[in-house]
Design a protein around this ligand. Structure first.
Ligand SMILES: NC(=O)c1ccc[n+]([C@@H]2O[C@H](COP(=O)([O-])OP(=O)(O)OC[C@H]3O[C@@H](n4cnc5c(N)ncnc54)[C@H](OP(=O)(O)O)[C@@H]3O)[C@@H](O)[C@H]2O)c1
Length: 309
């Protein structure tokens, strides 16, 4: 199976590195010539704890490479999904499966629109990776990746299972479930808590547990998130989601969230696709969304301030 990883960022380099280390035929598509040069001449370097290893995926800036691909993994931020879909769609062959485990709402929907619902595979990943250089990442957590059916896709379950088996064979622990939507939405709510709060307070995930006043904010975010997900067709239990939020914070105690890293680097965050998206769903149904709206505006303000300084 020929695999194209779109995006030479934290997740793209990790996925490409692991799969290529396990014998996968992997190419990374990047838009940055200097990243392509670094990866082609020095490989990708995956740092894990005190050790590190290197792998040698192919890397290119030429989207025409997509033509020989069997599986295309979209590893860009949510705000770049449409652009990369437009970039590779003229070249992908009809058999190619397009998979996404991106955070944020509407990536699956936009990919299904661009490529057709019968060949898009949705899911989420518990991997945690941070970009440390043009061709290197720090792999903080080796979590499972889960794929499955989603309301916006019609990809047959057997095909999803084959993709999961193939990714597992190439070193990425991946399972396939009948319906991945409730878990994708639960992860969205978890992100809607951890990402903006850590970004705004400038703290690692675990420190959220040490600030007593935040438990009120977390309760409001869970309530709004569960209601928005209900409007999207998924009935989640607020109590269970709240427990999952606290489990996730404890499991990633030492991690710096991606949103905090983006703010620190003066980069755009995915806030509009996480809290912003939840707020829009509630408001469109005439429901209040004060907490998600406020956090979205505050993170956008922090982004703007970061760009100026
Ligand atoms: N990192 C993780 O551990 C992790 C875990 C779970 C889920 N996710 C999700 O996975 C997605 C990717 O996250 P990430 O952490 O890998 O982000 P990232 O480090 O910002 O990487 C995204 C990469 O996409 C590249 N890109 C953007 N537009 C492109 C284009 N037109 N052509 C080629 N490359 C393009 C960017 O290039 P430039 O550098 O040129 O901008 C960047 O290198 C996000 O939705 C994130 O929430 C990440």
């Amino acid at each position: 199976m020929r695999i194209l990883v779109v995006g030479a960022g934290a997740l793209g380099i990790l996925f490409a590195g692991v799969m290529s280390r396990h014998g996968g035929d992997v190419t990374i598509l990047t838009r940055r010539r200097e990243a392509a040069e670094a990866i082609s001449s020095n490989g990708v370097i995956i740092n894990e704890g005190k050790s590190s290893w290197r792998a040698w995926p192919n890397c290119t800036t030429d989207p025409r490479t997509a033509s020989s691909t069997d599986l295309c993994l979209i590893c860009v931020k949510s705000y770049d999904t449409e652009t990369v879909a437009r970039m590779v769609s003229p070249y992908l062959n009809e058999r190619c499966i397009i998979a996404t485990v991106q955070n944020g709402l509407n990536n699956v929907e936009r990919l299904a629109e661009a490529f057709g619902p019968e060949r898009v595979v949705a899911g989420y990943t518990l991997q945690a990776s941070t970009l440390t250089g043009l061709n290197s990442v720090y792999h903080a957590y080796d979590g499972e990746t889960v794929l499955g059916r989603h309301p916006s896709t019609t990809t047959p379950v057997e095909k999803i299972g084959r993709v999961a088996d193939e990714l597992t064979r190439m070193g990425l622990k991946t399972s396939a479930v009948e319906n991945v939507y409730p878990e994708v939405l639960t992860k969205l709510i978890i992100n809607s808590v951890i990402n903006p709060l850590t970004a705004l307070l400038g703290v690692r995930n675990g420190e959220l547990l040490e600030v007593q006043e935040l438990s009120w904010v977390i309760d409001r975010l869970v309530e709004e998130g569960v209601e928005a997900c209900y409007l999207l067709g998924a009935k989640l239990s607020p109590g269970q989601v709240k427990s999952r939020v606290y489990e996730a914070i404890k499991a990633t105690y030492e991690n710096k969230s991606s949103m905090l890293q983006d703010i620190e680097r003066g980069r755009r965050t995915e806030i509009e696709f996480i809290n912003g998206a939840l707020a829009r769903i509630l408001r469109a149904a005439g429901r209040p969304a004060p907490t998600n709206t406020l956090l979205t505006q505050l993170v956008l303000a922090a982004e703007r301030k970061g760009r100026r300084s």
